[in-house]
Design a protein. Structure first.
Length: 264
């Protein structure tokens, strides 16, 4: 792993770039604004070639998801990465969920007020011809004297690709069932505007890994194989997040996996 660099002097709304791998640099950017509820938006900006990738929260077979440590911060009470919709990167040997090229990962940070200072260590996987773990440390104040409009725009553009919770009824997805062979789940689609091939299924812990959607003889059913030869009976009763594209953008829905034999 590369040597962890101390944070350098920061400009308003951004830190200096740090090279973490050949051709790959990171910096931390911010909107410079704290909302009335005490939250603010930062972004981990990743500058890398178009053939180089980093990973979604469920990385797949080969990757390492981005992890953030803000324990050295002052006045920070919590944080969450707001994950943009990833690319499904598949070959005969692996399936990954990844981001290629220039990427911004939005980060929502909860603060105690305008005096908060963010001290962040980012650890992520970077992969091109070889795959390496990379790490860098950054420091920025949570609030600036004026909003950083350029970096705020970068963060908002990334936010536009983050899947939103489905807003209400009618629901585009029905039941999710573990098929009797225990090697696939079946997702019932009730909205023709949903692109079945865009469907990504993931449990909270990211295991097991679900594969690429496959067509079913039933037109309203999509089958996702469970990768790896394991006993998957524990999936019954487990929640799964389903991410998908429609003509209105990316959305997500949570469902509980149920046994196929209970279907009415």
């Amino acid at each position: 792993m590369p040597l962890l660099l101390a944070p350098g002097p920061a400009l308003a709304g951004e830190t200096p770039w740090q090279e973490v791998a050949p051709g790959v640099s990171l910096r931390l950017i911010s909107t410079g604004q704290i909302k009335a509820d005490g939250t603010t938006l930062f972004g981990l900006q990743i500058d890398m070639p178009e053939n180089t990738k980093t990973y979604w929260r469920v990385p797949g077979d080969t990757g390492l998801p981005t992890q953030l440590d803000l324990s050295a911060s002052r006045g920070v009470t919590g944080h969450a990465i707001l994950w943009p919709l990833p690319v499904r990167d598949q070959s005969p040997d692996y399936l990954d969920y990844a981001y290629f090229g220039e990427t911004v990962l939005p980060i929502e940070i909860a603060t105690t007020g305008p005096d908060a200072e963010v001290d962040l260590v980012a650890t992520l996987g970077v992969c091109s011809d070889i795959c390496v773990p990379a790490q860098a440390r950054f420091a920025l104040p949570a609030a600036d004297a004026a909003p950083d409009r350029a970096n705020g725009l970068r963060i908002r553009q990334a936010l536009a690709t983050v899947p939103l919770p489905w807003p209400g009824d009618p629901q585009p997805i029905g039941d999710v069932e573990l098929l009797p062979d225990g090697q696939s789940i079946a997702v019932r689609i009730s909205d023709p505007a949903l692109d079945p091939q865009s469907l990504i299924a993931a449990t909270e812990g990211g295991y097991p890994l679900f594969g690429t959607p496959q067509k079913s003889p039933q037109p309203d059913l999509v089958v996702l194989p469970i990768l790896g030869k394991t006993d998957n009976s524990a999936l019954n009763g487990m929640d799964v997040q389903l991410t998908f594209m429609t003509g209105m953008g990316a959305f997500e829905i949570r469902r509980t996996i149920r046994p196929a034999e209970t279907r009415e």
